[in-house]
Design a protein around this ligand. Sequence first.
Ligand code: FAD
Length: 511
Amino acid sequence: MGNKLLLTLVICRLIIVIPGLPIDGKLSIDPNDVEQASLDFGLLTRRQPLAVLHPGSAQDVARLVKAAYGSNQGFTVSARGHGHSTNGQAQTRNGVVIQMSRSNEGSELESGSKPPRPRVWAREMYVDVWGGELWIDVLKSSLEYGLAPKSWTDYLYLSVGGTLSNAGISGQAFNHGPQISNVHELDVVTGKGELLTCSEDQNPELFHAVLGGLGQFGIITRARISLEPAPQRVRWIRVLYSDFSVFTGDQEHLISLHAQPGHQKFDYVEGFVILDEGLINNWRSSFFSPQNPVIVTGRVLYCLEIAKNYHEYSAQTIDQDVESLLKKLNFISTSVFTTDLLYVDFLDRVHKSELKLRSKGLWEVPHPWLNLFVPKSRIAEFDEGVFKVILGNKTSGPILIYPMNRDKWERRSSVVTPDEGVFYLVALLRSASENGEEGQSLEYLIDQNRRILRYCDEAGIKVKQYLPHYTRQQEWMDHFGSKWDWFSEMKREFDPRHILATGQQIFTPTS
Ligand code: FAD
């Protein structure tokens, strides 16, 4: 009997057959399940697990991890949220993937328990959600009570556990901080199989380690997320700049307004770089229509994207409020693109583009994404060296750029950012063309990413990768810098056999 088959049988026996270890959900070795768990959005890495657990409860997660921790032979366990990583972070070879999201309807349990649905605590203004819940479903449940989470990602078909393991950022982060700054409490299954509740006051080390912890210390089975009254509508505006320093000056002005209570401010501040006609075709472009054409004349343009939320009862003043905020900005005066839409449609905007791209076969293609946090003091050099030189005039996907305030990020969490009061996210969200178009092949884009990192390194621009991807421990040590010792100590404490989230390639399982 092959080793793989033997190990699969051992795992099945451990979690199903042994009395006292019943499971509420389903352990699957169905080839479709296994195949899906072997891949992710990036389509760059493929690791095949032995089995996939569809948990019915947090106890299922705990039983599986405990079995892995206690078994002589040992096997790895990776939580998979919605598999929207790009470098195999939720995969594991020869172990078990726990499919936390409910999205895989085909494999959902016909009978038996399912993870709990979101529970809104309207008076307390928070919601308890299953770790695999997608943000779109968190939004829908909260809206039933007229409430909504405060901090978002641009795309809502991501799981709560998946984004909290990174940070979870979008144009609200300057004001509310990343999603990890908006969590009151977590239930976590550690690498020893213990199910623990943690918060600022209870098991605080575990709480801070798990937030931004890349899945290294435990599997989030419940998160208590802070809510606010949900606005009904959004005024969404895009304006253009040809001068980078004017563009960033305006972005920095807008995010500084968070520190002035009572002062009018936009609720969302992002931006992107326009290098070519690609803007018209990419998944952030639905906003610009044939009636609203954008003509790019061979130079780099920058688009500031801002939004103001409002309630229907304040609809009379929204024009005036927006007007007075825009007056203080220095964009190209003829370049104002405005739209007005429901709050839910604004938050779910990227999904529309996803459906369009899917229908053209352009969604399930390799995604060699590179996300960087760049210190404010070096962002102009980054523009000169990367946007104006290395990228040439083909982007192959959106390039986001927006600043955030460091004081909205909890220093005790696992996430690392540049050590400056303001830093930028630069997200190169590129898709490789499968027909090998010049400048858009996978090899070309991967090489370009390397050149960007090398340029930053040689220029001494101390960037930090967001959604980091490294393959050697020394690179991880450099990434975490002064947090590394603490990070490894937390690993020893909460996942001593290095069972969890091995797809991140930070620690090697001890077997
Ligand atoms: P997965 O890819 O399934 O998992 C990611 C990591 O988290 C893995 O290591 C996994 O083991 C671990 N993990 C998963 N679930 C749990 C859990 N319950 N407990 C502990 N660990 C867990 N990010 C942003 O911040 N802002 C954005 O605007 C944004 N937009 C995106 C748009 C698209 C189209 C895509 C594909 C990604 C985007 N991302 C964005 C990145 C995204 O937040 C991360 O890739 C995130 O990890 C994906 O969530 P997931 O549920 O698919 O996680």
